[in-house]
Structures are given as structure tokens and as C-alpha cells.
Design a protein around this ligand. Structure first.
Ligand code: ADP
Length: 594
């Protein structure tokens, strides 16, 4: 989705705007400008020293014929030594150039990745509702990799080729203006063709990238939902879908290759034409003794150097174009609005009194549907409130708002009498604990997963939390105990065990406000009892909002709030509400929703 908004529609040309964008991304190089300057100096020397080669080779040839062109290089031996010295210095400076540029590049790239990751951590939920995770992932991986080439090879090459071109052409004109004019003739032809072909190639490589992205999405989605693919026995269907996407990639890439091939062979044709032209006219000049064989050799070698630089510049142009696209996609994320700055402001204590006053809310991605139409709900400090209502009625939405995943549209959400938005966001969330319906565990040990509730907790505190969560026995039954690794999604643990890990996490977090999203699927009786017992301990002394799916939980709550049509239709205890035979709660029970 976001790819369409950003990458596909915008032209990736090196116009003024895109150069500005690229300049923007180069800000990440600024902290390393000292090292970069060293790189440039090394580059300058490695390129200019190399330019002495054609001249020396020419001298070598003339010396072989008994002509001394440079007084301090009178014989073959001294010319040979000079050539060796040039090579040696060139190698040293090339090494330094590669090293310094790599240093700048690797650091700048790591900084961009850090900046992106920091941004990802601070973006609001609504951003994640709008963008596909795989697509976002690609920004920090493949897009940044494209930039990686820009910082190192591309930039260094750009300077090197420009230096070679400027010096080379100057030397040529100095050496032999007549021959230089012949060679220069081929330049405009090259430039015109580069522009025309460049346009086609650019278009096609853009389409190739887009088609490839489509193919990648198929892989990403099917691997993520491999269970669904298998349930529907749609493996073959998916393989065909992926193959057809790949065929499109191949078709476009081949078309692009045809253009590129034509372009490259044309360039070679014109360049070689130029060189042959120089050779042809040059040999004539040699025959009438206007120049020496050595000067002609020098001249031809310079021409080849310059040709190489021109071709190199073409390549660099292409890479920079790709970099503009990638920069766009990286900058788009960096420019998105964060929900908060990651700071360390803490809120020492919250009582945990919650008031929803006429709260209205629609999700930012579905503004037209008002999910909450004026919710009024008071929860006192330490009170347990069960939230019930039809599926899709907005129970989880209330839980989202309590965690400040989204801002309310109107009304008030007060915590301890103060608008929730007036608290520092991170500080506030430290006081809200959640035991979700589906517990996702991070890859790592059980200990690490529990400590996620409070990374500063000591080992003893972690063990104590596990004990309170009724998790210690099962954890100790594993040979590796707390060190047992849980898979990508905690697959090795049962639902009840995962829930108890989540409870232990919440105990460590020690929040004033607790949100429990009860699992819809029932656990086995033994497990259920352990989880219930652990939850009771967790809820003690905390304000708890329970999204309830079971009558047993509802009965234990101080109050039951029934959500209907985006409002709290009824509130009271089980006995009061059930006696209202026409009431929303009684109907829910009749319909066996609970
Ligand atoms: P419940 O928890 O009572 O089953 P929810 O709060 O999950 O209900 O959903 C209430 C409504 O809000 C539903 O129509 C649902 O489709 C919609 N909804 C839930 N989450 C989002 C979201 N992130 N973006 C847009 N709409 C959402």
C-alpha cells in the first residue's frame, strides 16, 4: 500500500528535487566528514598517480627508440623504475581510499538503520494499521542496502571518474589539441544516446522492482499464514501464483536487458570508433613525423581511460537513480509522525481510577465507522470490571484506548482525574499491564521472556513472579528450567503455560491498571484453574478491566459493563443484571454468548 503511495508514482529521476533528497540522506555522513576527507585525499592521489601511466608508457616506447623525452628518466631502467613506483603509490592510496570510504559508509549506514529502528519503535499503532509489516521491514533491509552502495562505491567512483575525466581531457588537449578534437567528437553522440536509452532502461528497471516486490509479498504472506495455505490445500495454487509473478519479472527484466545490451554495444561501438579514428589519424601524423609513436601511444591510452570514465559515470548515474528511490522510501519513514519521543520521564505512581466520559472513537484507518459512540464508564481504584458484549462491539477498542494506542476523538478519558493524554506516554504505559488473549513470546529463554515485564528485575524477582503466576512448577519440569528456549511464537508451550508466562511478566511490571483479555478457547480444567488462580493473585490491589468470555470470570467481577451499539448499555453485578429480563445482559446470557 505504502509502496504504491511512495515509490511507484514518483519519478525516480535525478532532477533538482531528487538531488536535494539525496543531499538530505548524506547528512548521515556528516559525523564522519573527517574520515571522508581523508578518503577524498587518498582518492585524489590514487587517481592522479594512475594518470602518469600512459605518459610513462609513451616515454618508455620513445626511450626504446633512443629518444629521451624526460631528462631525469634517461634510460629504460629509470623509466621502468618510475613505472613501478607509480604502481606502488597507486596501490597504497587505493587501499587507503577503500578503507576510509568503507569506514564512513559502514558507520553512516548503521546510523540510518538505527534512526529507522528508533522511528519504528516510536510510531503510533495507526501507522502499523496502514502499512504492511513486510513492506516496512524491506525499508530497513533492502532500501538501506541500496544506499549502502551509494555511500561507498558510488560516491567514491563518482569523484574518481570525474577527476580522471577532467585531468585526462586537460592532459590530452595539452599534449595534442588536434587529436583531442577528433576524440571529443564522439562525446555528444554518446551523451544523447545515454539520455534516450537511460529513460527506457529506468522505466523498465522500475517495473522489474515493482513486480519483484509483488512476488515477494506472495512469499511473505503465505509463509506467515502457512497453516491456512495447508488447511485449504492451496499449495499448488500459491506456487502457480508465485510462478506467474516471477514470469512477469523475467519478461520485464529480459526486455530491459535487450535495451541495456543495445546501449552497451552502441557505447562500445562509438568509443572504439573514436579510438580507431585517433589511431588512424595518429598513425598518419606519425608517418609525416608530426608526432612520435610514444606520444600516439600515450594519447590512445588516455583516450581509453577517459572512455572508461564515461562508461563508469553512466553506471553511477543509474545507481544514483536507484538511491533516490531508496532515499524516498527511507525518508518517508523518518518523516512520519512519532507518537512520542523516547524519553525517560517516569510517573512515580498511579492510583488507577479510570473514567470514560462520553468517549467517541473511530479508527484512523476507518474514519467512517464510529466504533465507540459515547462510552461512559467509571472504574474505581482496585475495582474489577468485566466488559462483555457481542464480538466486534468494541471491547478490545476500549482496551486499546486505555493503553493509549490511539487518541480518542471526543469526550474524556481520565486517569486519576487527569486526562490520559496529559501523562508522558511511555511513563503512563509503564503503569498499564496487559495479559492478552494470544500470548506471543519472543524467541529466547523463559527467563528472558518473563523479564520482559521489567528488564531490570533480579533473578530472585523473576523466580518469585513465576511462582505467583503458578508457572514455576512447569518451568522447573523442563530439564533446562528458566533457560529453556521458547520458539518464535512460543510453540513449545501450551496455551495455559504461555498465559502464565504472560501473567508472570505482568507481575514483574507491577502496574496499577490491568487489562485482561480472556482467552476465548477454553483451557483444560487443570490449566484453567491454575491460570484463574494466578490471575486472581495478579489482580489483587489493581484496577482491572477484564474482557470476559466466561461466566465464571464475570461472576467474580465487582461490576459487569455491557457494551452495546458503541455505548455501555448496562452496568451492575450479575444478579442485578440477570433479573432485568429485557436487558442487554440477560439477552447475551440467553443467546448463550457466555
Ligand atoms: P471486540 O473486542 O468487542 O470483539 P473490537 O474492539 O475488536 O471488538 O472491534 C470493534 C470494531 O472495530 C470492529 O468493527 C472492528 O472491525 C474494528 N476494528 C478493530 N480494530 C481495528 C483497527 N485496528 N483498525 C480499524 N478497525 C478496527
Amino acid at each position: 500500500m505504502a509502496r504504491k503511495d511512495s515509490g511507484e508514482k514518483k519519478k525516480q529521476r535525478l532532477d533538482k528535487g531528487s538531488i536535494k533528497k539525496l543531499r538530505g540522506i548524506f547528512r548521515f555522513m556528516m559525523p564522519y566528514k573527517g574520515v571522508f576527507t581523508l578518503g577524498l585525499i587518498s582518492l585524489f592521489f590514487s587517481s592522479t598517480i594512475l594518470l602518469a601511466l600512459p605518459k610513462l608508457i609513451g616515454v618508455l616506447m620513445d626511450t626504446a627508440q633512443g629518444k629521451v623525452t624526460i631528462p631525469w628518466l634517461p634510460d629504460l631502467k629509470s623509466v621502468g623504475l618510475a613505472l613501478m613506483a607509480v604502481l606502488l603509490f597507486q596501490s597504497i592510496f587505493s587501499f587507503l581510499r577503500v578503507y576510509f570510504f568503507a569506514k564512513v559508509n559502514e558507520n553512516a549506514i548503521a546510523d540510518i538503520r538505527k534512526a529507522l529502528y528508533q522511528k519504528f519503535m516510536s510510531l503510533p499503532m495507526s501507522f502499523y494499521d496502514k502499512n504492511r509489516s513486510g513492506e516496512l521491514f524491506s525499508r530497513i533491509t533492502s532500501d538501506v542496502s541500496v544506499l549502502q552502495d551509494t555511500f561507498s562505491t558510488t560516491l567514491a567512483e563518482l569523484f574518481r571518474q570525474i577527476a580522471t575525466l577532467v585531468f585526462g581531457v586537460s592532459i590530452l588537449f595539452y599534449e595534442n589539441p588536434k587529436l583531442s578534437s577528433i576524440m571529443i567528437l564522439s562525446f555528444p553522440i554518446l551523451i544523447i544516446f545515454a539520455i534516450i536509452f537511460g529513460k527506457f532502461i529506468r522505466k523498465l528497471s522500475k517495473s522489474t522492482q515493482d513486480e519483484l516486490a509483488n512476488a515477494n509479498i506472495v512469499v511473505e504472506e503465505t509463509i506467515q499464514s502457512i497453516g491456512t495455505v495447508k488447511t485449504f490445500a492451496n499449495e499448488d495454487f500459491e506456487i502457480k501464483r508465485y510462478s506467474s509473478n516471477l514470469s512477469k519479472v523475467v519478461d520485464i527484466a529480459l526486455k530491459s536487458a535487450t535495451y541495456k545490451g543495445t546501449f552497451i554495444s552502441f557505447i562500445i561501438f562509438v568509443l572504439m570508433g573514436g579510438i580507431l579514428g585517433v589511431l588512424w589519424y595518429g598513425t598518419y601524423m606519425v608517418s609525416v613525423d608530426e608526432i612520435s609513436i610514444g606520444s600516439l601511444t600515450t594519447f590512445v591510452l588516455y583516450t581509453m581511460f577517459i572512455g572508461g570514465s564515461l562508461a563508469g559515470l553512466g553506471d553511477i548515474y543509474g545507481t544514483l537513480q536507484k538511491a533516490v528511490g531508496a532515499t524516498d522510501r527511507v525518508e518517508e519513514i523518518l518523516a512520519a509522525n512519532s507518537e512520542h519521543e523516547i524519553d525517560k520521564e517516569t510517573i512515580p505512581k498511579l492510583e488507577g481510577k479510570i473514567s470514560f466520559n462520553n468517549v467517541k472513537f473511530s479508527y484512523p484507518t476507518r474514519k467512517e465507522v464510529e466504533v465507540l459512540k459515547g462510552v461512559n464508564l467509571e472504574i474505581e481504584k482496585g475495582e474489577k470490571v468485566a466488559l462483555v458484549g457481542k464480538s466486534g462491539g468494541g471491547k478490545s477498542t476500549i482496551a486499546h484506548l486505555l493503553q493509549r494506542f490511539y487518541d480518542i476523538d471526543s469526550g474524556e478519558l481520565l486517569i486519576d482525574g487527569k486526562s490520559s493524554q496529559d501523562y508522558n506516554l511511555i511513563g503512563f504505559r509503564k503503569h498499564v499491564g496487559v495479559v492478552p488473549q494470544e500470548v506471543l513470546l519472543f524467541g529466547g529463554s523463559i527467563q528472558e521472556n518473563i523479564a520482559y515485564g521489567n528488564p531490570e528485575a533480579s533473578e530472585a524477582e523473576i523466580i518469585e513472579a513465576a511462582r505467583k503466576a503458578n508457572a514455576l512448577d512447569f518451568i522447573r519440569s523442563f530439564p533446562e528450567g528458566m533457560e529453556t528456549l521458547v520458539g518464535e511464537r512460543g510453540v513449545k508451550l501450551s496455551g495455559g503455560q504461555r498465559q502464565r508466562i504472560a501473567i508472570a511478566r505482568a507481575i514483574l511490571k507491577d502496574p496499577a491498571i490491568l487489562i485482561l483479555d480472556e482467552a476465548t478457547s477454553a483451557l483444560d480444567i487443570e490449566s484453567e484453574k491454575l491460570v484463574q488462580d494466578a490471575l486472581e493473585k495478579l489482580m489483587e490491589g489493581r484496577t482491572s478491566l477484564i474482557i470476559a468470555h466466561r461466566l465464571s470470570t464475570i461472576r467474580n467481577a465487582h461490576k459487569i459493563a455491557v457494551l452495546e451499539e458503541g455505548k455501555i448499555a448496562e452496568i451492575g453485578n450479575h444478579n442485578d443484571l440477570i433479573s432485568e429480563t429485557d436487558g442487554a445482559y440477560a439477552k447475551l446470557i440467553q443467546m448463550q454468548e457466555y
